[in-house]
Design a protein around this ligand. Structure first.
Ligand SMILES: *Cc1c(COP(=O)(O)O)cnc(C)c1O
Length: 351
């Protein structure tokens, strides 16, 4: 578990703690695809309950949750409506066009959140020339727009539009629990009205692998057929489901620390010349840093920060993204901000 740098690149970089490894070592296991792994069963029942859904299924990754949900909801030629920055559109190797054989209809939201009016305008009229609009997908929280929380009223408004037009609602809840902890709205309230919703175990929850997809019993039956088809059915998966149960017990409330650390980082960076940071928009564990007014691009910043011991990456030519998580301490955030300050006032000072 040793690391000799400050890891701000992603909350996927967390290593299982000794306590989590103990839970993994002690897991009771069986055949997952035969429904005989008691630890997997306990985890999926717990997540279904958390979301207020009938059923759930364990998958190796969040990407597979998105892809299977899309494949269950859509037929060939259908449209998935989502925000332009959405993971399901831009970060899954075009999977929706391969598996679901669906297209993407991107909406430009405000920090990743679109309105009910925008959703309505994105739904195509039912004409034989047009793709059939089939799903509205939202990301809670919005990854590439800085961890924005979708407000409950906005979700409900979009949900009403979907219902009126007979569309399915899908929630990419990779960081749903960050939204829950930051807002105080329960996972059940956020999930109400959705046909499919999932959470990632391998992000802020600190597990090495896994994600859980939930929905109605019929939806999960159909999801199982896709899971089997694309090789997501597993054997002694209780080995990592145990980490998931451990995380739900121990690593949820502490997400508030990550949010405080992200806010602190933003507040320390905001006054620095050449850096565009908006602390008021840091709602969860993600900080967006615009370096366009500095004397270097994102790639150069990322390389130099790395050499100084701070790991983080660019998500655009002039945009850096920093994430906090359970392997980043408040003290490390201060040290990282000091390193930013040295570069901002020195070699990358605006000319
Ligand atoms: C990480 C992420 C995914 C994919 O999850 P993996 O477990 O990495 O496959 C999907 N959506 C969002 C918003 C994410 O941040």
């Amino acid at each position: 578990m040793q690391k000799n740098h400050i890891e701000l690149q992603s909350d996927t970089q967390t290593r299982p703690t000794p306590q989590m490894r103990e839970a993994i070592a002690g897991a009771q296991v069986g055949d997952e695809q035969g429904f005989n792994d008691p630890t997997v069963t306990a985890l999926v029942e717990r997540v279904a309950e958390l979301f207020g859904m009938e059923s759930a299924v364990l998958l190796p990754s969040g990407t597979m949750c998105n892809q299977i949900a899309a494949a269950v909801h859509c037929g060939p030629g259908d449209d998935i409506i989502a925000e332009r920055s959405a993971h399901i559109i831009g970060v899954e190797a075009g999977g929706i066009s391969v598996l679901a054989r669906a297209g993407a209809y991107p909406i430009d939201g405000e920090r990743g959140v679109f309105t009910a009016e925008q959703a309505e305008a994105a739904i195509r009229p039912p004409r034989r020339y047009a793709p059939r609009s089939r799903v509205i997908s939202i990301e809670q929280t919005v990854n590439l727009k800085g961890g924005t929380i979708w407000p409950l009223e906005t979700i409900r408004g979009v949900g009403e539009v979907a219902k009126r037009h007979g569309l399915k609602m899908h929630m990419d809840g990779a960081r749903l629990l960050n939204a829950v902890v930051a807002s105080g709205v329960s996972a059940k309230d956020y999930s109400k009205g959705f046909d499919s919703v999932w959470l990632d175990l391998s992000k802020g929850l600190g597990c090495p692998i896994g994600a859980v997809l939930a929905g109605s019993s019929d939806f999960i039956d159909a999801a199982w057929r896709w899971k089997q088809r694309i090789g997501g059915a597993m054997r002694q998966a209780g080995i990592f489901a145990a980490a998931g149960l451990y995380a739900l017990d121990h690593n949820v409330e502490r997400l508030a620390e990550d949010h405080a650390n992200a806010k602190a980082l933003a507040q320390l960076l905001a006054p620095l010349d050449g850096l565009g940071v908006e602390p008021e928009n840091v709602e969860t564990n993600i900080v967006i840093i615009d370096v366009s007014a500095s004397g270097a691009d994102a790639e150069t910043w990322s390389r130099r920060l790395g050499e100084e011991g701070v790991r983080l990456a660019g998500i655009g030519p002039h945009i850096l993204r920093a994430l906090t998580h359970l392997d980043v301490t408040a003290e490390e955030v201060e040290r990282a901000a000091d390193i930013f300050a040295t570069l901002a006032q020195g070699e990358f000072a605006p000319s």
